[in-house]
Design a protein around this ligand. Structure first.
Ligand code: ZN
Ligand code: ZN
Ligand code: FE
Length: 752
């Protein structure tokens, strides 16, 4: 008989998931003595016993993880036998902080049962949780993940909760946010002046009635405030739009349960899995008819849908049983409010009532947005449920902090071979979002105790993030925007160069000082080559052209037809202008005043959207392009418009002349806008395939905001696959600028 003592270091998502109790029970099961301990580096185990039992134990750690844990590495060394007498869970040891922080997890089935059981002491208690579910990232102040390091530290557990917390056989064994109505946080309802009008279960019931009566109620959720109102009531929805200053951007809707969702939208198996997952994000689903008020997602065939993910939401929805708008509790593009007093101050004119509680939120975490692309999950906004889980990269050297882009900002910090991506921060520019940006950087560096050696940021010198980088006393690496997009897609799919990257978006500053956005980049081991792009056209008026799709249309038409563009009478753009305005813009184009050149495919979408009369002015980012995408819904064709590729010193330039001529003649002949849209999409895909064949690299990566377009992305994947390319698209990291910070980390590492 050989007795062994083994020292194991388990890294991965092993904290806050009931991993220690699980190990404790398994060790006992295997007849081993020793201990298990949470350290900032992950879980450390020492186990002593018979050789066979030890082997069995190690095998089982790797194979049977408890729910939501994810063992990424398991280091093991053998030590001298010391003769442990029992197996214990030791106090946490604070050391180097590289442990993974768990995201917030949606309520589990067992907790759901308890809050519906009248005999249970947690009946209708909105802060019920266990080791398998509940708040994590939104309550952690510092590592290791122990109650005293969370926003639950102020609540002292009652005897019953304490017993559960210390009982290895209990589901709440070491559940850090463990709470009950006796000892835990409590809920209150107040009016928009902060006057309390209801408490506990009554508060929730009252909130439900108020919503049914057409009021707007702000709810302090998991990672911040949400605004709720009856989703069937167009008047209430309109009121919310006016008060929130959000004219047309779609709202998300919360349904009571999956059956209700299925009545309103078509739900695939994958979509159902995502909706009901522990992450419980907003999922973009195809509407069936008109399930909610039309002004929730005007002109949009998709509806952003989620299910109640906390006991509070669940109890509220039980009282409501109707679909409700659940949108972020903020003003226009500010970050969501997390503090009740801040919320009452900021949202007092938006919400009529506030459902609040006294469990502090450590940091804002928005609802994530996900959609299905080719049968796989694709994250469009990465926050609750996903952040701050890392992405693994090969190169472990050089610690980098990357500050992301201007829109849909996130920041990333690398630690060894992990890159931690922050939750969605949002568009920078407003004072509040800039503050949130600075806070997230401090928070991120602080929580991982990381000392970055390099700061990476976007090449655009005017971005708030780039200016922030200037102020840091670190070596600086500025990264070209579209290169970062492709690197993030490569990291997301764990592929290495050479890769042909197709990087299409609204705009980013290019290496030649023009605005890029329709790029074909060959990614080499250390850098990239721009091998093809769309022939740049002028954007008259610069920044304004991003909002006014019709300006892109004029720029594009002028590029191809010059003054003769006005002969194209069927083009819908011209009539959208006042004559004086049109004259002014034409002068800008003629004299090249206040214009910038762009190769952006996002702007090309805008141009076409305006030319065929779908959208001349976007009320929110991407609206014109989205309307063009949605117009194609229900049409079928493989036809596409002709295009030309000009070889300019081994760089292919995509010309528009033939393409525009054909598109306009379709317009003249009264071809349906949906059909024109579809042919336009098909043309872009044929251009991708054509250039991929010319470049002839077998790996093709699709990234940038344009690849949020489902039809474009799926058709590109299909066509490229048919032509025997290996196609990679985004899954865990957004294709939009939310992925830029990850790409910047990679770019910086390549330079070092
Ligand atoms: Zn639970
Ligand atoms: Zn208690
Ligand atoms: Fe971008």
């Amino acid at each position: 008989m050989t007795t062994l003592r083994v020292h194991l270091k388990v890294k991965g998502t092993v904290q806050g998931v009931g991993f220690r109790p699980y190990i404790h029970n398994m060790a006992k099961d295997c007849g081993l003595n020793g201990w298990v301990c949470n350290t900032s580096e992950g879980v450390v185990i020492e186990a002593e016993g018979e050789k066979n039992d030890i082997e069995d134990f190690i095998y089982r750690i790797d194979k049977e993880n408890p729910v939501h844990s994810n063992v990424q590495s398991l280091e093991l060394i053998f030590l001298e036998v010391v003769g442990y007498k029992s197996f214990e869970i030791k106090e946490s040891i604070i050391g180097e902080k590289t442990a993974l922080i768990m995201p917030d997890i949606a309520m589990c089935e067992e907790c759901k049962k308890e809050i519906q059981d009248t005999a249970n002491r947690r009946y209708k208690y909105p802060f019920t949780n266990c080791t398998h579910c509940g708040p994590r990232y939104s309550i952690i102040k510092t590592l290791p993940y122990d109650r005293k390091n969370t926003t639950m530290s102020a609540f002292v557990m009652c005897d019953d909760c304490d017993k559960e917390y210390n009982d290895p056989d209990n589901r709440r064994f070491h559940a850090q946010p463990n709470a009950c109505p006796v000892c835990g946080p409590s809920i209150e309802l107040c009016d928009n002046k902060g006057e309390i009008i209801g408490k506990t279960v009554t508060a929730i019931k009252m909130a439900a009635s108020l919503i049914k009566e057409g009021n707007i109620v702000a709810i302090k959720g998991l990672g911040g405030f949400q605004l709720m109102t009856d989703a069937r009531d167009a008047v209430a929805v309109e009121r919310l739009r006016v008060r929130k200053n959000r004219e047309a951007k779609p709202f998300a809707v919360m349904y009571y349960d999956i059956d209700e969702v299925k009545k309103a939208c078509s739900v695939s198996q994958v979509e159902e899995q995502i909706l009901c997952s522990a992450q419980s994000p907003i999922v973009l689903l195809m509407k069936k008819g008109h399930p909610v008020a039309a002004n929730i997602a005007p002109g949009n065939p998709y509806l952003g849908v989620m299910l109640p993910y906390t006991p509070l939401h669940f109890i509220l929805m039980q009282n409501l049983k109707i679909p409700v708008v659940a949108t972020s509790g903020n003003l226009s593009e500010d970050p969501i409010c997390i503090d009740e007093w801040e919320a009452i101050e900021d949202l007092g004119n938006v919400a009529d009532y506030f459902l609040i509680h006294d469990r502090p939120i450590a940091r804002h975490v928005d609802d994530s947005i996900v959609r299905e692309i080719k049968g796989k999950e694709q994250i469009l906004r990465r926050a609750r449920g996903y952040a701050p889980l890392p992405i693994f990269i090969e190169d472990g050297k050089t610690s980098v902090i990357a500050l992301g882009s201007h829109l849909k900002n996130t920041v990333s910090v690398s630690h060894g071979s992990n890159v931690f991506i922050s939750q969605h921060i949002g568009d920078l520019g407003s004072q509040k979002s800039n503050e949130a940006f600075g806070k997230t950087i401090d928070d991120f560096i602080g929580i991982y105790e990381e000392k970055p050696e390099v700061v990476a940021f976007d090449k655009h010198p005017d971005y708030v993030s780039s200016k922030f980088a200037e102020g840091l006393e670190l070596p600086k690496i500025s990264v070209q925007h579209h290169y970062a997009h492709i690197l993030s897609c490569m990291a997301d799919n764990q592929i290495s160069s050479p890769v042909l990257g197709i990087s299409w978006d609204g705009a980013g500053l290019g290496d030649d000082g023009t605005l890029w956005g329709g790029e074909f980049l060959i990614i080499n081991d250390n850098s990239f080559d721009r091998v093809a792009y769309f022939d740049p056209f002028s954007l008259p008026g610069g920044e304004i052209a991003i909002k006014e799709a019709r300006r892109s249309a004029l720029g594009l038409l002028y590029k191809v037809f010059g003054d003769k563009m006005f002969d194209k009478k069927s083009v819908k753009t011209f009539n959208s202008f006042e004559p004086v305005e049109l004259k002014n813009i034409c002068q800008m184009l003629e004299n090249i005043i206040n214009t910038s050149n762009t190769s952006s495919v996002g702007r090309l979408f805008d141009a076409v959207s305006s030319m065929i009369g779908l959208c001349h002015n976007s009320k929110y980012e991407g609206q014109a392009a989205m309307q063009l995408e949605f117009a194609a819904q229900g049409y079928k064709t493989d036809e596409f418009y002709p295009y030309e590729l000009h070889d300019n010193d081994n760089v292919l330039i995509i010309k528009y002349n033939k393409f525009l001529e054909s598109l306009i003649s379709d317009l003249e002949e009264g071809c349906a806008t949906g059909m024109i849209s579809l042919k336009f999409h098909n043309t872009l895909v044929e251009i991708i395939v054509d250039i991929a064949k010319t470049v002839n690299i077998d790996k093709v990566a699709l990234s940038g905001g344009c690849f949020q377009n489902k039809y474009l992305t799926e058709r590109a994947i299909d066509r490229l696959t048919t032509e025997n390319f290996k196609v990679y698209w985004h899954q865990r990291v957004p294709p939009n600028d939310g992925g830029i910070s990850l790409g910047q980390v990679l770019a910086a590492k390549r330079e070092k």
